[in-house]
Design a protein around this ligand. Structure first.
Ligand SMILES: Cc1cc2nc3c(=O)[nH]c(=O)nc-3n(C[C@H](O)[C@H](O)[C@H](O)COP(=O)(O)O)c2cc1C
Length: 297
């Protein structure tokens, strides 16, 4: 970096040579840059209080038909112990709010009991709207009122990944329910118009700082229509309209590629409605042919 680069808003490094970053412990924070969202995990403590632990290492794991998260936690954190005991937790995701982020750092400071750290909790704890998930002081924690989405999870003990006493604990958390504020749920159902302001964590650095960022206004780009099979977009749309009841085969979607784009969703909804009336859960070529024959005949 040259002298004048110090005055640039952001260094331009494109023409710099690559050097090796030393492999330090906790490499993703100490040897690299890795921004991501983080979950505020609520669990019930041994003395019956809801505990909030911030966890950046939470990733979608099984995503197609299975629905799970993977969580990496240091050994013996409150969250680690509580999940092992109660087998359940909730992953709460909040929107960006700088004043509350300051307190998130305090909730993420190791070595505190639930009672000690929750004195400083900036969030409102409420019961889950799920009838059998109300806070009970034993298994089911509160959730965070300010969260725009909450994943209610159970620990999938059948998938222990590694627990050798040295590495962090790995949990596979099966998602039982995704709860979402009405506006955001509607936004997903109607076709996404906006996105929540999710705070990003850049991790703990220099033994003294936890870095965060807010993202700019999200934007979208159309997917290429001149690449790949024509039916891909239709298949994607078709199989997410009513995934629990009606699915489409790829070949069935190939038959629908002639429908003008603005009408595809309406056409798919019509087919799904009809399939349900007919007790059909998989729309295949024969079924599309049958509907076409009816319409044409
Ligand atoms: C934003 C943020 C993200 C964090 N992510 C993780 C993580 O992914 N894994 C981890 O073990 N600790 C992480 N920490 C540190 C934990 O929050 C810390 O160990 C804390 O004591 C956990 O709370 P608990 O003991 O109540 O579970 C993070 C801290 C902050 C502030």
């Amino acid at each position: 970096m040259g002298f004048f680069d110090l005055f640039r808003r952001h260094p331009n490094t494109i023409n710099e040579r690559l050097v090796e970053s030393p492999m330090r412990d906790n490499w993703y924070q100490a040897s690299a840059y890795w921004p991501s969202p983080f979950a505020l995990i609520t669990t019930v403590s041994d003395d019956g209080q809801t505990n909030i632990g911030p966890y950046q290492l939470t990733f979608p794991f099984e995503v197609i038909t299975g629905r799970s998260f993977i969580v990496c936690s240091r050994q013996n954190s409150n969250t680690d112990r509580h999940i092992k005991r109660a087998k359940v937790c909730a992953l709460n995701y909040v929107e960006f709010d700088k004043s509350r982020i300051k307190k998130i750092v305090r909730l993420g400071y190791p070595g505190q009991t639930t009672a000690e750290k929750m004195v400083d909790n900036p969030y409102t704890l409420i019961d889950s709207p799920t009838p059998d998930r109300k806070f009970d002081g034993k298994r089911f924690p509160h959730i965070i009122k300010e969260a725009f989405q909450v994943f209610e999870c159970v620990w999938d003990e059948s998938q222990p990944i590694r627990d050798d006493g040295k590495t962090p604990e790995y949990f596979v958390l099966r998602i039982e329910r995704i709860l979402m504020k009405e506006t955001w749920a509607q936004n997903l159902a109607d076709g996404v118009k906006r996105l929540p302001k999710v705070p990003l964590a850049y991790g703990f650095r220099d033994a003294s700082k936890f870095w965060f960022a807010a993202h700019k206004k999200p934007f979208w780009l159309p997917i290429p229509t001149d690449k790949g099979p024509q039916e891909e977009a239709i298949l994607y749309e078709a199989n997410r309209l009513d995934p629990d009841n009606v699915q489409f085969t790829r070949d069935a979607c190939k038959k629908l590629t002639g429908i003008p784009k603005p009408f595809v969703k309406t056409a798919l909804k019509g087919i799904i409605k009809r399939a349900k009336e007919d007790g059909i859960s998989l729309v295949d070529v024969d079924y599309i042919d049958k509907l076409n024959a009816e319409r044409d005949g």
